[in-house]
Design a binder for this molecule. Structure first.
Ligand code: PLP
Length: 374
């Protein structure tokens, strides 16, 4: 009997060390990690630059609290908002916390309570973000959720238009639904959202907790669409394995989050901020992002060649292989063969290698997938 709550369906693999895309278990067996800790390890395991950043910072300053000004947080915020229309950042510790901040900011700014979210979305496990999440299984057993979220089918313009009224303060979505099945927003739907938000003065919240920080081949996934979010949230890939989340917002929203309105003890901790900065120094570089796109094209090409009957979805290195039946048994088989994968929705195999993955590692992963799926 485990001394941990059984709230995770954990797999019986004890991972003890990693380097780049490779992780090893207690028995010394090696795996290609195509989960990246669920889109977290942007630079792979134990990248020297972030190891060094953490080591150096850990000898200087661990924690100060947000009682004091923080030039380091300012610096990180500036890197995140550079060449965007955003003006401010708020730092926290996770994706759910970033979304929680976004929900509070949108409600306070608009004075309206209703936020539209979408079926199969995932926004987190806190009460607010669970209520925003369009998946019944996430809410089950927890009693009444916040009724001010309206869940609408994803990519359905008519249903979205029908859900808009004067009570709606914001629309919240993922550009690619990660947990929900690697479902991309269609260009028509993005157009519709943009024009609704503009004409009705509704705020747009884009949850880039999974898609952000180069994962889809651009700094942020919204940059590949017409969407111009008022608020954007980040976490997973931002810290490359160190917990950190962020919410970015436009200048119009600056006054709404005045002193004392919101906060967190650990948010923007010096260790997290230093590591995130090291991650961005590598990822927010056009050559690096070009390479992510090239590797993505290569990966998709190889998958199409090896598995012609499977549809490949997603963008950048957030890809999905759509199976006709449940994905879980294939994921177990791949693990035995030395390839770590994670599902998305019931029947999609998600492919999330570190952004630093090599073509050779992609070849090895495709070989394993070919054997298992054919
Ligand atoms: C993972 C995820 C979250 C939740 O992040 P946590 O750090 O687990 O709280 C929220 N939104 C999206 C899109 C995610 O993928």
């Amino acid at each position: 009997m485990s001394s941990l709550f059984p709230n995770y369906a954990r797999r019986p693999v004890h991972l003890i060390e990693g380097k780049g895309t490779i992780v090893k278990d207690e028995q010394g067996k090696s795996y290609l990690d195509f989960t990246s800790g669920i889109a977290v390890l942007s630079l792979g395991h134990a990248h020297t630059a972030i190891v060094k950043a953490l080591q150096e910072q850990s000898e200087r300053l661990w924690h100060t609290s947000n009682l004091f000004e923080s030039p380091k947080q300012e610096q990180l915020a500036n890197i995140l908002i550079e060449e965007t229309h955003f003006a401010h950042a708020f730092f926290c510790n996770s994706g759910a916390e970033a979304n929680e901040a976004a929900i509070k900011l949108a409600r306070k700014h608009t004075g309206k309570h209703v936020i539209i979210t979408f079926e199969n979305s995932f926004h987190g496990r806190t009460f607010g973000t669970m209520s925003a999440t369009g998946q019944e299984k996430v809410r089950q057993g927890f009693g009444p959720v916040l009724e001010t979220f309206r869940t609408v089918p994803f990519n359905d313009v008519e249903k979205l238009e029908a859900a808009i009224d004067d009570e709606v303060g914001a629309i919240m979505l993922e550009v690619i639904q990660g947990e929900g099945g690697v479902n991309k927003v269609t260009p028509e739907f993005a157009e519709a959202i943009s024009s609704i938000c503009e004409s009705k003065g509704i705020l747009l919240i884009v949850d880039e907790v999974q898609t952000g920080i180069g994962r889809t081949g651009t700094r942020y996934a919204y940059e590949q669409t017409v969407l111009k979010p008022d608020i954007m949230t980040l976490a997973k890939g931002l810290g490359g394995g160190f917990p950190i989340g962020a919410m970015l917002g436009t200048s119009e929203l600056g006054e709404t989050f005045g002193p004392g309105t919101h906060g967190t003890t650990f948010g923007g901790n010096p260790l997290a901020v230093r590591v995130a900065q090291a991650v961005l120094e590598h990822v927010f570089v056009s050559d690096f992002l070009d390479e992510v796109n090239k590797k993505s094209e290569y990966f998709v090409h190889k998958l199409n060649e090896a598995l012609p009957s499977y549809k490949v979805v997603g963008a950048g290195l957030l890809l999905g292989l759509v199976c006709e039946d449940e994905a879980a048994p294939y994921i177990t088989e791949a693990e035995k063969a030395g390839l770590l994968l994670v599902g998305a929705g019931p029947n999609v195999i998600r492919l999330l290698p570190p952004l630093t993955v090599t073509r050779d590692e992609i070849d090895q992963a495709v070989d394993i997938l070919r054997t298992i799926l054919n």
